[in-house]
Design a protein around this ligand. Structure first.
Ligand code: PAF
Length: 282
């Protein structure tokens, strides 16, 4: 496994891949790798010839300085994990490499980012769009792999690729959960024991709401009940709990078995902000 830091280094290896007709798979990450990331890597290994993972904690996608400062960094362990998975290359650029100057461009994804994460984290998807476009331009992968846990991010990136005609195929990999249902996230390591316990409310509220919807309970009633459950949990603070169309992210006020739908949740558990989602009608 080769660890590279600059675009110029990668260009040499990229040329070798292209000359030998190899398909390149990119797994973009911000490090602090867990099994969910390794699922992306395994999916990449099984559907491309050469796998490159990137590790870069992208400052422009953090709308909250404290969140950026506290983002876990575990480079040495990450490299060990990737080596075990037989990843071919790891791209670990520094901030000056990715941002030789502050971008003047900003990307507005329109109504796709007026809701959910976009509404609660202003500027977040601009930062995601810019860094992912930069990674695609530098690495030039045939395929790129993203996790379903960041459902709105996957929608934004699909749109980036289609609006800018970027020649890359996207693969979305299902959310990996702990045995008790908590969606794996790099932020989970910041939870205290008590908060870890409280964090179960995210997944349990998703499954409870799904059951109730399928039992024909009206969505607004289900949503109100979940808001009350969160109000009664001392360590939890709900930001949103919405029933949406999983591609347009438009909110529904009623559940309809004939329409694609997912529920998305975001909540603070202590100081740690977590998100999750569950498809109801895929
Ligand atoms: O999902 C993430 O880890 C990040 O948002 C990504 C796609 C690597 C961009 O920084």
């Amino acid at each position: 496994m080769k660890v590279i830091h600059t675009e110029a280094d990668w260009n040499k290896y990229w040329l070798d891949c292209i000359k030998t007709d190899k398909n390149i798979g990119l797994v973009p990450t911000m490090g602090a790798l867990h099994q969910g990331h390794l699922d992306l890597v395994r999916q990449a290994k099984s559907s491309t010839d050469i796998v490159i993972a990137s590790i870069f904690v992208n400052p422009t996608q953090f709308n909250n300085q404290e969140d950026f400062d506290n983002y876990p960094i575990t480079l040495e362990q990450d490299l060990e994990k990737l080596e075990k998975e037989k990843v071919d290359y790891v791209f670990v650029p520094d901030t000056d490499t990715m941002y030789p100057s502050q971008p003047k461009l900003s990307i507005d994804f329109g109504e796709l980012e007026r809701v959910l994460e976009g509404a609660f984290r202003p500027g977040h998807f601009n930062g995601v769009g810019i860094i992912v476009a930069k990674l695609f331009n530098i690495i030039r992968p045939h395929k790129a792999f993203f996790g379903q846990k960041d459902l709105q991010q996957t929608g934004i990136i699909k749109r980036l690729v289609s609006d800018l005609s970027i020649p890359v195929q996207l693969e979305i990999v299902p959310t990996r959960r702990e045995k008790d249902g908590l969606a794996m996230s790099s932020r989970n390591v910041r939870l205290s024991q008590e908060e870890r316990q409280a964090s179960l409310l995210l997944y349990s509220s998703l499954t409870k709401a799904k059951e109730e919807l399928l039992a024909k309970q009206p969505w607004l009633k289900v949503q109100q009940q979940i808001h009350r459950d969160f109000e009664q949990a001392p360590l939890a603070k709900l930001e949103y709990f919405e029933l949406i169309h999983p591609e347009s992210f438009e909110g529904y006020s009623e559940f309809d078995l004939k329409q694609k739908s997912s529920i998305c949740v975001a909540a603070y558990i202590g100081n740690v902000r977590l998100i999750d989602n569950l498809p109801i009608i895929p």
